[in-house]
Design a protein around this ligand. Sequence first.
Ligand code: FAD
Length: 495
Amino acid sequence: MPDADADVVLIGAGIMSATLGTLMKALEPSLSISVFETLADCALESSGSWNNAGTGHAANCELNYTPQRPDGSVDISKALEVNTEFDLSRQLWAYLVQTGAITEPRDFIHPCPHMSFVRGEANVAFLRARFKAMSASHCYHGMEYSESHAEIGEWAPLTMEGRAADEPVAATRIITGTDVDYGALTHLLIAHLAKQPGASVDYRHHVRSLRRADGGRWLLEVEDAANDVIKEVFARFVFIGAGGGALELLEKSGIPEGHGYGGFPVSGIWLRCETPSVVDRHEAKVYGKAAEGSPPMSVPHLDTRHIAGKRWLLFGPYAGFTTRFLKHGSLTDLVRSIEPGNVLPMLAVAKANVNLLDYLVGQVVQSKRHQFAMLQAFYPTADRDDWSLAVAGERVQIIKPDAAHEGELEFGTELVASEDRSIVALLGASPGASTATFIALGVLKKCFPDKLTQSAWLPKLKTIIPTYGIDLAKDAEACRRIRAETAPALKIDSV
Ligand SMILES: Cc1cc2nc3c(=O)[nH]c(=O)nc-3n(C[C@H](O)[C@H](O)[C@H](O)COP(=O)(O)OP(=O)(O)OC[C@H]3O[C@@H](n4cnc5c(N)ncnc54)[C@H](O)[C@@H]3O)c2cc1C
């Protein structure tokens, strides 16, 4: 006899499982949902407050989403996608506040202007062209642009003090940006889920393996570390939301759709400041340009953070080479992930990305003086004594197989589902937590298309996410309306 039988098993208690579980339980309250988490609490990996940068990614300020075309114009199509994906998260969070599931939005979200900041003539020309393209879209209503030292100094004084008066600089600002504590949010969502009938969250429960069982179900072998026993759990549907642990579980599931995938882990380090006289003078997330040859997730930024009722400044991340897939993982994670099906794609990616590997290894051995010099490029008068190092979460980028087994490195996220839709794994790491609702909706579309109908989940889904099915990048009126409606519920700014 199995120890448990659940409609839905969510592996991992990070923001992704928390969001999917919350949404599914709201759509179908009778579902039995079990969450299994290796560690002793939720949000101890990438979703933890200090393990990510807490940007409410709306592609306002991240320059890697807006590549420049050869003719100098800027392509904002990716930015528009990310921008409107964040609107889905805003709607789910606003619904949870309005229905009392979350009592105080300030427990996880704060208004925080988003700025892009560049130096040098070529970068200034790029930002000008980017502003021209973005400000033409209703999605970026309210975006401001400046090349004036004085004005940028008003927006973010630390970035301009001590800077040569003749240095060409430019910045954009959008005051409706947000700082999100995804760790706090995960705790709120998991607590809300756990108290509902039919839902359970078990910590120190590590999913060791999973295999197909009778009746289209999955049989999971779960190690209960507290009681030192192995449990067997049947599930009708499995979401592998295990972050850096997802690839290993996907491989263990043996589904052919997972064949050939590999992972490329990237570690991260922050500089962190809590000196009130510094922290109180910066109220923004200021994103710069990534260094030549660096991966998109290593774009440096100087961020206001609101964590545990206190304000902080965060700078980084300094991305680095690692062989761990999780912060609490093992140094052998990378080697163990190699199997006959993905060895060729992984080798091909290693060969094609020698510069990236060089860059990541170089970052690991970089001296503290060099790291601090990067901060000073943003904040020229920074004092070393105000800053300490903090270790960020790990990101496992996707190595995707292609027909020629050559493999490609992808910096986005991907849902890999079995043909019968009974299991789905989330691979990849960005834009990340801010788009958890978009990802959860992706799971529903991929695995439960029969339920997304008028006679099943659709009416309730539209109560939770009123713009479901509407392209907010095209529908200006719906975009304006939903932002105006969600802002007061979340106590964030609207223009
Ligand atoms: C440096 C850095 C900066 C980032 N900045 C941002 C940002 O500013 N904005 C943003 O939106 N996103 C950001 N992200 C991305 C974001 O943090 C992630 O996309 C998101 O947290 C992933 O959530 P998750 O639930 O998939 O994974 P995680 O939070 O990693 O959770 C996975 C969980 O699964 C558990 N687990 C693993 N294997 C097993 C197993 N076999 N059995 C049971 N449990 C298991 C793990 O212990 C873990 O708790 C950043 C990430 C990093 C690393």
